[in-house]
Ligand binder design. Structure first.
Ligand code: KIV
Length: 299
């Protein structure tokens, strides 16, 4: 495993601690690989995945030791301001993913295939996966769907490309699913198990499970050999993922999914900083002397 099991593990960059960062910044010193995450399954050592959409945030998350970064098509909402993830294009995703890869350090980078770029045929799925990896340098692609996407997953993995599947609530199908609804409840658990088995059988290397009951996610995690990554799926998955805006309250509008916790309030801080800047510009207190170049410095 490239990520330390304990702070004393020699693969941890101890400079992270000596540089004043809090304990817990266990920064992988080697490229995190899918085999590392698979080896970690069942070890009681869950890994952390966060979405990232640009170079600067990816760099910050790499410094925090985040093991996996997801260039999610949630970019449709949080970067581009569309109302659904169905609106984002391959171009819009590939440019973001390339920036994330440049900032991700040793993190494994997963890139979402946008809606409409893989569902039509196995050939389309392979072509889009190839395009995404070639243009961005990401390590694997993620596609939504279980049983219904098994033949596409098989085709992509047969082409030598790793796939992260996404089951449970699948945002690209929000209209078909009748809105943002918890999946896998009651008899829905049978479908979730069927989806999980189908994507593993088809060769997926990991699976995101979104908005499913914690008890069901625990059983699916125990039944699968590949790592499960939960978002609104309880504590027993092999890893967890969040949209980074949700974990830092950006924007500060009070609308956050129940499954997300906030560790900072970046939206409020950003607004306060922008307001303070505006005020100082208006008052003429910014720029001050220390922000100015003197004639002698220029010479
Ligand atoms: O696009 C995304 O951010 C995702 C996460 C919700 C897992 O798929």
């Amino acid at each position: 495993m490239t990520v330390a099991d304990s702070p004393t593990d020699s693969s941890v960059d101890s400079s992270a601690h000596s540089s004043g960062q809090p304990a817990g910044y266990l920064v992988p010193t080697k490229q995190v690989r899918i085999s590392d995450l698979k080896a970690r399954k069942g070890s009681g050592d869950p890994f952390a995945m966060l979405t990232a959409y640009d170079y600067s945030t990816a760099s910050a998350f790499a410094q925090a030791g985040i093991e996996v970064m997801l260039v999610g098509d949630s970019a449709a909402n949080v970067v581009y301001g569309y109302d659904t993830t169905q609106r984002v294009s391959m171009d819009e995703m590939a440019f973001l993913a390339a920036g994330v890869v440049r900032g991700a350090g040793n993190a494994l980078v997963v890139a979402d295939l946008p809606f409409g770029t893989y569902e039509a045929s196995e050939e389309q799925a392979v072509r889009s996966s190839t395009e995404m990896l070639r243009r961005s340098g990401a390590h694997m692609v993620k596609i939504e769907g279980g049983v219904r996407m098994a033949s596409k997953i098989r085709a992509i993995t047969d082409a030598g490309i790793s796939v992260c599947a996404h089951i449970g609530f699948t945002p690209q199908s929000v209209n078909q699913l009748g809105g943002f609804k918890i999946q896998g409840r009651g008899s829905g658990a049978d479908q979730l198990f069927a989806d999980a088995e189908a994507i593993q059988e088809a060769g997926a290397d990991m699976v995101v499970m979104e908005m499913v009951p914690a008890e069901v996610a625990k059983k699916v995690t125990a039944a699968l050999e590949i790592p499960t990554i939960g978002i609104g799926a309880g504590p027993d998955c092999d890893g967890q993922v969040l949209v980074w805006h949700d974990m830092v309250a950006l924007p500060d509008n009070g609308h956050r999914p129940r499954f997300a916790k906030q560790w900072a309030h970046v939206g409020a801080d950003l607004t306060a900083a922008a307001a303070a800047y505006k005020k100082e510009v208006a008052q003429g207190t910014f720029p001050a002397e220390e922000h100015c170049f003197s004639d002698s410095v220029l010479r």
